[in-house]
Design a protein around this ligand. Structure first.
Ligand code: GN1
Ligand code: MG
Length: 366
C-alpha cells in the first residue's frame, strides 16, 4: 500500500479535514477498502475503495446506480424524520468541483470515497439475527420500490440462470483447463435440472414475474449493526440492480442456511438449516410482504433451490475455465465449492413441501 499515492488520490475528493493515516480494512473479496483517518477532532473518517473494474466493467453506470439509490434512501429517511441518517445510509463523496463520484488514475484504476460508519459487522447468523436481516433486506427493497431513476445492470445478466447455463456450456465446449473428463458426472447432474431451474427467466418473458430493485449480494456481512445489535445500514451496493426478488432471498439462504462454509470439502456436513430459513422468511415477509405478488411468494421455495444451483454452475464453469473469476487457495478449490453447493441444492430440494407449507402458515399469521 502506497500511502502517499493514496493521499494524493484522496485529495481529489471533496473531503473535510486533513488525512493523517490510512489503514487497510479486511472486508470484501472484490474491491479493496481502506480506512482513512483525519487529523482534526470532529471531522469525518472515510472509507477509500479501489473499484474492481474487471468485474464491474462500467464504473460510470455502477456509480450512477449507487448514487441514485443512496440519495433516494436518504430523502425517504429524511421525510420520515429518521435520526442519525449518516449512519443509516452510505454517503459517497464527489470529486472537488464536480458531480462525479469516482476518480480514474493514470494507470486506469478506479477509486471512490465514502463516509466511514462506526458500527459492527457479523459473519455468522442465528435465527434471531436472520429475522432482523430478513426484515432489513425486505425494507431495502420496499424503500427502493418507488425509485424513478432507471438503474442499469452493473454486471449484465448477473443472476440470469439461462445465461449462466450458457456460460457452463461454453466452458464445456472449450474445455480450456482440460478438466472436463474428471467432472462429467457433475456436469450431467447439473444439466439435468437446467429446464426446471430456468423457470424464472420464462416467467419473466411471459410477463408474469417483475424485476425490482434488489441488492443481489444479501450476505449478513453486508449489513452494519449498532452497539445494540440493531441493523443500521445496508452496504456493498455494487450489485444493486433490477432483478427478481429471488436473488435477495436465495443468496442469503444459500450462504446463511448452509450448515457449513461454501468450501467445506466434507459434503456430509453440508445441509440446509431450516430454522434459519424460517426466521429469515418471517422477517422478510414482514417488510416485503406488502408489495410482493403471489407469484413471487409462491416461488420462494424455487428461489431457495435456485441459488445453490446457480452457484454450483458458476463455480464449475470457473473450474472448467481454469479458475479465472473466483480467487482460489488451492487447485481444486472451485471443484470443492461446486460439490458443496450441489449438495446444498439437493438438501434444499428435500424440503420443498415443508417450505411451501411454512410460507402459507406465515401468511395466515400462524
Ligand atoms: C462473489 O465476493 P463476494 O463473496 O461478495 C460473487 C457472488 C457469489 C460469491 C460466491 C460480483 O461475492 O455473486 O455468490 O462470490 N460476486 C460477484 O462466494 O460475482
Ligand atoms: Mg460482495
Amino acid at each position: 500500500m502506497d500511502k502517499e499515492f493514496f493521499k494524493e488520490i484522496i485529495s481529489k475528493f471533496d473531503i473535510k479535514g486533513t488525512v493523517v493515516d490510512i489503514e487497510p480494512m479486511d472486508k470484501g473479496l472484490i474491491n479493496d477498502s481502506y480506512h482513512v483517518f483525519t487529523l482534526e477532532k470532529g471531522m469525518p473518517e472515510y472509507v477509500f475503495q479501489h473499484i474492481n473494474n474487471n468485474i464491474f466493467e462500467n464504473v460510470d453506470l455502477l456509480m450512477n446506480n449507487i448514487v441514485a439509490v443512496t440519495e433516494h434512501i436518504r430523502k425517504k429517511y429524511e421525510a420520515k424524520g429518521i435520526k442519525d441518517i449518516d449512519r443509516r445510509v452510505l454517503t459517497f463523496i464527489p470529486l472537488k468541483n464536480s458531480d462525479k463520484y469516482y476518480y480514474k488514475d493514470a494507470n486506469g484504476k478506479y477509486w471512490r470515497l465514502m463516509l466511514f460508519i462506526p458500527s459492527k459487522t457479523k459473519s455468522e447468523v442465528t435465527p434471531e439475527t436472520s429475522f432482523e436481516v430478513g426484515k432489513s433486506f425486505g425494507d431495502f427493497e420496499a424503500t427502493l420500490s418507488d425509485l424513478k431513476i432507471p438503474l442499469g445492470e452493473s454486471i449484465p445478466n448477473f443472476h440470469n440462470m439461462e445465461f449462466r447455463i450458457q456460460q457452463l456450456k461454453d466452458a464445456i465446449k472449450a474445455n480450456k483447463a482440460q478438466r472436463l473428463n474428471s467432472v462429467s458426472e457433475l456436469v450431467n447432474a447439473l444439466l439435468e435440472d437446467e429446464f426446471e431451474m430456468c423457470k424464472g427467466e420464462r416467467l419473466y418473458r411471459d410477463g408474469k414475474l417483475p424485476k425490482r430493485i434488489c441488492h443481489c449480494d444479501t450476505k449478513v456481512n453486508n449489513l452494519l449493526f449498532d452497539e445494540h445489535d440493531n441493523v443500521l445500514c445496508v452496504v456493498d451496493l455494487d450489485t444493486v440492480m433490477p432483478n427478481y426478488v429471488f436473488s435477495d432471498i436465495g443468496d442469503f439462504l444459500r450462504t446463511a442456511a448452509n450448515t457449513s462454509q461454501e468450501d467445506e470439502p466434507d459434503t456430509d456436513k453440508v445441509n440446509f438449516n431450516l430454522s434459519i430459513f424460517h426466521s429469515f422468511i418471517k422477517g422478510y415477509l414482514q417488510t416485503a410482504g406488502k408489495f410482493l405478488l403471489p407469484i413471487e411468494i409462491e416461488n420462494i421455495p424455487y428461489a431457495t433451490q435456485l441459488f445453490p444451483y446457480m452457484q454450483a454452475v458458476r463455480f464449475l464453469t470457473d473450474y472448467l475455465n481454469g479458475d479465472t473469476y473466483y480467487k482460489i487457495n488451492y487447485p481444486e478449490h472451485n471443484l470443492i465449492r461446486t460439490k458443496n453447493q450441489y449438495k446444498l441444492y439437493q438438501s434444499v430440494k428435500e424440503h420443498q413441501i415443508h417450505m411451501t407449507v411454512f410460507i402459507k402458515e406465515c401468511l395466515a399469521g400462524k
